[in-house]
Design a protein around this ligand. Structure first.
Ligand code: KOT
Length: 895
């Protein structure tokens, strides 16, 4: 049944609630209208981009209608809201998602026939909204979809970057970064709100305890409607743009100093100009802190203002608002909420603290030390003097509150070590006594010497430790403000510690990760508040990542299950299991995979010029380029594979299992080694793909500019996917879930969510290799000599160094990073895992020869991984952290 948004009445009422502004035109007429009046094209010159624009504007109007009604309804019912604070939202394209979530797919397909177009093609006219780096930003986008689909009152809050993640190109075998002009053709998915503006201050000083900012900018809201899947709920992503105060106050601009005004505009523009392209690394730049404070302050002011429209007393804020901090990037919210409550709304420090710590929760996404944010006190005190003062106060109250605990701990340790020491001292005293007796028997001289020795020994004996000093030392390990371990004397604010102290809940993003943060990152906080720490295993939206990116497989699933309910209730996928045993079904499953491989092959040809066959196994390794993710280890294994193929006789080659290996991923522009890894993959491809002896047996492709839209094309085509991070380094991973749901088998380590995917799918169905997380520290300590390595590994690296793939000098330090004790010393333990990685690769080749068994497993993967729907994740957040609920007895009830 196709439902039109035109006749939505929400909340259900007899009369039309749309105030006459709702689109009155049908889909076809509205496209026509937009084409003529908005983008000024007619049917004959409706080029793809213009057609996309008019379709998008037509959908926009329907979205706005749903949006207005939802927001008005929430305002009336006043339920508790969740505010997801995130520096990144990696939304990708919107058109397909919006049309299908609004259940208008049929109508738009029909209307587009007139232009000889289909929705899939029209959708390619849209540029990705790439306001994120990778997993963390994409998770935020999946969460918005799930909140709306579960009818939860939820908003996202972030930054409207004018330049998102850079576009990656390839030139002369190297990555090049190009600007992402994503707003160039306008953005039909946002609604500018010039009426919603807040002042955000920076710098300045404290005068009589009051902050007088030295610089002010205006935050202006843009709303991006978030349609739930076949529900009337339409949530909101509110993104902030920065304006100079003069843009906002024209009179002052006219009266004031022109060049000063221009300078102010330049500074304001700078705040929202560009997304920092670092994934899981921090760049301690003042501008980054400015961005963080900018969006956090605007979001908190906005929430409080809306709250105060309906309530007098801020004491009730925790019943109406919960702020979920997506990693530490929004952690300044702890201090800013305190400031707003105390300085702007007159609350006492204690009342403000009680409210803040009931409103804020924190999600940790990484244990990589270089990603844990620590802002120098000097930088914070300059940019946000009042906040620095509040952080000092928060820290000193925190340390006071635990001094009793720490003292007791020190006393217990002292008591234990005292007893130990006393035992030692008693034994030593006995020995000395015996020595004196023995010396006495030997005469005067021996006795004198023995006495001297005894008194020296007694003097050297350990003095009892000073308790106060020990308590002070231990307290430092709990302190939010700590000395920089590299730059002595420089004090740093540990943002993760501030987040833990200021939050009522702290969670990791996969089971193993949530344990690691408890044992390795926050053990001393766990002592104090064990109940604060939780796990919320990540998930992905099945709308974008199965239903819409793989309509062919989805149709097959729906046919088998006799319903498409699995799109909202992913647990239903389990009913697919029996079909794995049905040979006819397997043949159709393979047929779909083949179709998706064909589409990817076409894309590879377009983007790289390489012609790849659709017969070989499609082996995919796509994610941000990082040493810990070990694309480099895969590259080394491919060099070995190439070498083996070269050495084979033609008879042996005829029996080899051919592969197309596809890499994709961006290297942060300043990440030296990551860029070299990209270059190495490109070079291997250049050599292997042009080697006539190899032909279709092996192709190594680096597909440039991996992003959400490319992922939607690549993932459905994958037969094997690689998730091979050093155990204990990948917090969760989310593409592993997308691949599994699309029936790609996984080769991976026991890391992040791979473990839970293994538990759900059956570990025997994955290709698991490598050491476990708890072995890593010891292995790092006793890393071997280069000469001890697996001969295949050594030979492959030798080929790089000797120039088989060109540019040997360029790759010299990449090789050194895993072979030289003083230049990296193989921190991510490629050498340790290489042999078992190769065993897993052999097992893959072996299984691929048996296409029936391979397909059986592929179906088992899709059937087993409904758990990784972000609907499940969000339901857990809602119940176990946020305490937000769907409105009872309303139109929200799903049928
Ligand atoms: C950290 C600093 C800056 C930008 C991004 C990060 C970041 C990204 N930290 N963790 N992530 C990834 O988050 C994903 C979603 O939880 C995880 O699946 C993935 O393992 C993290 O690396």
């Amino acid at each position: 049944k196709v439902r039109s948004m035109l006749d939505i009445s929400f909340p259900p009422k007899e009369e039309d609630t749309s105030n006459g502004v709702a689109p009155k035109l049908g889909v076809e007429a509205s496209i026509e209208h937009e084409l003529k009046y908005r983008v000024s094209a007619n049917n004959t010159d409706a080029r793809p981009v213009k057609l996309y624009q008019s379709v998008a504007w037509s959908v926009h109007d329907r979205l706005v209608d749903a949006f207005d009604q939802t927001q008005a309804y929430w305002k009336e019912k006043d339920p508790k809201h969740i505010y997801y604070l995130s520096a990144e939202f990696l939304m990708g394209r919107t058109l397909t998602n919006a049309v299908n979530n609004l259940d208008l797919g049929g109508e738009y397909a029909e209307a587009l026939k007139k232009y000889g177009a289909d929705l899939e093609t029209v959708a390619t006219g849209e540029l990705d909204a790439a306001l994120g780096n990778g997993g963390l930003g994409r998770l935020a986008a999946c969460f918005l979809d799930s909140m709306a689909s579960l009818d939860l009152p939820g908003w996202g809050y972030g930054i409207r970057y004018r330049y998102g993640m850079f576009k990656q190109g390839v030139k002369d075998g190297l990555q090049v970064e190009l600007p992402d002009y994503w707003l160039d053709n306008g953005n039909p998915w946002e609604i500018r709100r010039p009426e919603t503006q807040f002042k955000v201050g920076f710098y300045g000083s404290l005068e009589d305890g009051k902050w007088v900012p030295g610089e002010e900018v205006i935050a202006e809201a843009y709303d991006v409607p978030i349609p739930g899947y076949k529900t009337k709920t339409c949530g909101n992503l509110r993104l902030w743009d920065a304006l100079a105060p003069e843009e906002f106050d024209l009179e002052a601009f006219n009266a004031g100093d022109y060049s000063k005004a221009v300078e102010q505009k330049r500074r304001a523009d700078g705040i929202t100009a560009v997304l920092y392209p670092n994934d899981a690394t921090e760049e301690g730049k003042e501008l980054r802190l400015k961005q963080q404070f900018f969006f956090v302050s605007a979001s908190l002011q906005d929430t409080i203002a809306r709250y105060l429209e309906q309530h007098k007393d801020l004491a009730g804020l925790p019943d109406k608002a919960c702020f979920q901090m997506n990693d530490t990037h929004p952690t300044i919210a702890v201090a800013e909420l305190m400031r707003l409550l105390i300085d702007e709304h007159g609350l006492s420090y204690d009342d403000a603290w009680a409210i803040t710590t009931k409103c804020v929760a924190y999600t940790n996404h990484t244990v990589m030390p270089e990603a844990l944010e620590k802002w120098p006190v000097r930088v914070l005190a300059k940019l946000l003097p009042r906040h620095m003062q509040l952080i000092e106060q928060i820290n000193s109250n925190w340390l006071d509150s635990i001094t009793g605990h720490v003292t007791a701990k020190v006393e217990a340790e002292l008591a234990a070590s005292d007893a130990e020491k006393q035992k030692k001292a008693d034994a030593a005293a006995e020995e000395r006594k015996a020595a004196l007796v023995a010396a006495e028997a030997k005469g005067e001289e021996a006795l004198a010497a023995a006495k001297k020795m005894v008194s020296e020994e007694e003097a050297a004996e350990e003095k009892p430790a000073d308790k106060a000093t020990l308590v002070e030392e231990k307290l430092k390990t709990y302190s939010i403000i700590q000395e920089n371990q590299w730059t002595k004397g420089e004090m740093l604010v540990n943002m993760a510690y501030l987040a833990v102290v200021g939050s009522f809940a702290v969670n990791g993003v996969a089971a193993i990760h949530s344990e690691i943060i408890k044992t390795d990152i926050f053990p001393h906080f766990v002592e104090i508040f064990p109940e604060r720490f939780q796990n919320k295993t990540n998930g992905v939206t099945l709308r974008r990542w199965l239903a819409y990116c793989n309509p062919e497989l989805s149709a097959l699933i729906t046919e088998a299950l006799g319903t498409d309910e699995w799109v909202r209730d992913a647990t239903l996928l389990a009913k697919l299991k029996p079909f794995a045993e049905d040979a006819a079904f397997r043949a159709r499953w393979r047929e779909v995979k083949q179709q998706k491989k064909k589409a990817l092959a076409e894309r590879i040809r377009e983007q790289t010029g390489y012609q790849v066959s659709t017969e070989p196994m499609y082996d995919i390794h796509v994610k941000r380029i990082h040493e810990y993710k070990r694309q480099y280890m895969n590259a080394i294994s491919l060099i070995h594979r190439y070498k083996v193929l070269k050495e084979m006789t033609p008879e042996q080659r005829a029996k080899a299992v051919p592969r197309v290996v596809v890499f994709g991923g961006k290297a942060a522009s300043a990440y030296y080694m990551a860029k070299k890894i990209v270059a190495l993959i490109l070079s291997i491809g250049e050599t292997v793909n042009n080697d006539p002896e190899i032909g279709d047996l092996l192709k190594v492709v680096f597909l440039p500019n991996y992003n959400v839209s490319e992922a939607e094309l690549i993932i459905p085509a994958a037969e094997i996917s690689q998730h091979i991070s050093t155990a204990g380094t990948e917090a969760s991973g989310t593409s592993n879930m997308k691949f599994a749901l699309n029936g790609a088998l996984i080769i991976g380590t026991l890391d992040g969510a791979n473990i839970e995917i293994g538990e759900n799918t059956g570990f025997e169905n994955l290709f698991i290799f490598g050491v476990k997380a708890d072995e890593i520290n010891k292995l790092r300590e006793d890393r071997k000599n280069f000469s001890d390595y697996d001969p295949r590994y050594t030979a492959a690296l030798q080929m790089v160094s000797s120039g088989v793939f060109g540019r040997p000098e360029y790759f010299e330090d990449l090789v050194a990073s895993i072979t030289d004790m003083n230049r990296g010393n193989d921190w991510f333990l490629l050498a340790n895992d290489f042999a078992s990685y190769m065993d897993a690769q052999d097992a893959i080749d072996e299984l691929y020869r048996d296409q029936e068994e391979w397909t059986r497993r592929s179906i088992i993967y899709t059937a087993s991984n409904g758990f990784f729907s972000s609907d499940r994740t969000i339901d857990q957040y809602a119940r176990e952290i946020w305490n937000v609920w769907r409105l009872e007895g309303s139109d929200y009830q799903r049928h």
